[in-house]
Design a protein. Structure first.
Length: 449
């Protein structure tokens, strides 16, 4: 039997073998230094305060010149005022129960009408900021151990573009509350009774605030069945509220939702995902218009985004996979029955109007952001093609954060003189109705008590 001589064995250059070592060592030292910096309690508190301020300053008129927006006034506050808070809470809207905005509107009745928009806006901002609070809590140490990764996630979350429709209004705060509920769901079980009470209240309110629980309840049941890890409250409460929401949808959907056509096709779907999901989060809202008009650019964005999500589902931790599946499940359900326009094809309107239906893409954007940050965090430990993917995700994350900072400020609402109209309404005799214009070109009808 012939043996291969030592001279015939391909030699591995010492330069090639050690070329990657300085880069990897430098990246590890940099990450360790950043982790040590951000792990300090004072630094974490400062970063959290700055993040909260960053969310509030995106549209300062929400606090300085507060006004109702869309259903905040026309549905939630008007129903609470005209029908009474308790009676309004029992009414389904858009064929399902929405307790969170009705609860906020009921509390807003406790303050004078000129102050009611400020209260609802503050409540919406608190819900929007809630995921950041849980991100830094010790219950999330097992999901995101690196303080540096948490800082990147926090910064990108605050700067996330294309948020004009969902920022600082109670109507769309349910999307942020869905993210917060998922974070509670995957967090470590609470140790005390206050934590367990908090989790139960979150699951119950979440289940009664829209159809989102239909997508999360199966995850809760499967996890409880497989692990029995102390999350029985999530499985029970989400399952019960899911049945309630399904019953409401079955009874009211045929008559409560508009009957305009869907206009669905594969080309529009590709444009929507490539522009409003992957393109918007990396290049900002201005890129949405270009991607909607240019099919091949939308295809490139779609290909990059789906590759990132696929790799994260393949290699990522269980919590990340559940976020991707939960977010994409919500997006699929929303695209099957969107509520964007009373006339015309729903998908066509979303495909031609940059801001139309952008709320449906919020959680998928967060899931893609989390997948990109997780893949990028592997750059120091990965080898071969995985290091290339990790480095590419780091670059894409930097691009996304940069464009988020460029398009950080959101457009202020048109000043419709709400305070003066509210004062005029307070001067009316009891039983007199009044129409108050609110953004975006809607009218809120109140009958003076």
């Amino acid at each position: 039997m012939r043996t291969r001589s030592r001279s015939q064995v391909p030699a591995v250059s010492s330069t090639d073998a050690t070329a990657a070592l300085p880069v990897a060592a430098t990246l590890r030292r940099l990450r360790c230094w950043l982790d040590a910096l951000f792990a300090r309690r004072g630094a974490r508190a400062l970063l959290f305060v700055l993040a909260i301020l960053g969310i509030c300053v995106r549209r300062p008129d929400a606090l300085l010149h507060p006004q109702f927006w869309a259903e905040d006034g026309v549905v939630w506050y008007a129903d609470a005022y005209n029908l009474g808070a308790w009676n309004a809470a029992l009414h389904a809207e858009s064929s399902y129960f929405q307790t969170l905005p009705r609860l906020v509107a009921g509390v807003a009745l406790l303050v004078p009408l000129p102050w009611a928009p400020l209260l609802t806006n503050v409540a919406a901002l608190c819900v929007e900021a809630a995921p950041l609070l849980l991100l830094w809590h010790r219950r999330w140490d097992t999901n995101v151990a690196s303080p540096t990764a948490r800082v990147v996630l926090m910064a990108w979350y605050v700067l996330l573009p294309n948020q004009q429709e969902v920022h600082a209004n109670v109507t769309n705060a349910q999307w942020f509350f869905a993210l917060y509920t998922w974070m509670v769901f995957v967090a470590a079980p609470p140790l005390g009774w206050t934590g367990r009470l908090h989790d139960a209240a979150v699951f119950l309110l979440f289940g009664l605030s829209g159809p989102f629980c239909i997508c999360l309840a199966p995850f809760a049941v499967v996890r409880w069945w497989r692990h029995r890890d102390g999350h029985a409250s999530a499985a029970v409460l989400l399952s019960l509220t899911m049945l309630l929401q399904l019953a409401s949808l079955a009874a009211l959907f045929p008559v409560a939702r508009q009957h305009s056509s869907l206009g669905a096709n594969c080309v529009v779907l590709l444009q929507l995902l490539g522009s409003k999901l992957f393109g918007a989060m990396l290049l900002g809202p201005n890129a949405v218009h270009r991607l909607l008009r240019c099919g091949w650019l939308a295809l490139v964005a779609f290909s990059v985004g789906t590759t990132i999500l696929g790799l994260a589902c393949w290699r990522g931790p269980g919590a990340l996979r559940s976020l991707i599946l939960f977010a994409m499940g919500l997006l699929a359900a929303a695209l099957v029955a969107p509520n964007v326009t009373p006339a015309g094809d729903q998908w066509e309107v979303m495909g031609h109007v940059a801001m139309a239906g952008s709320r449906y893409f919020l959680l998928p954007m967060v899931a893609t952001m989390a997948a990109m940050v997780w893949l990028g965090s592997q750059v120091a430990a990965a080898n071969g093609w995985r290091r290339g993917v990790a480095a590419a995700c780091c670059v894409l994350a930097a691009i996304g954060i940069y464009h988020g900072a460029v398009h950080y400020r959101l457009q202020a609402f048109a000043d419709l003189g709400f305070a003066a109209r509210a004062a005029a309404f307070d001067a009316l005799p009891p039983g007199t109705p009044m129409l108050i214009p609110i953004n975006p070109d809607w009218q809120m009808r109140l009958v003076k008590h």
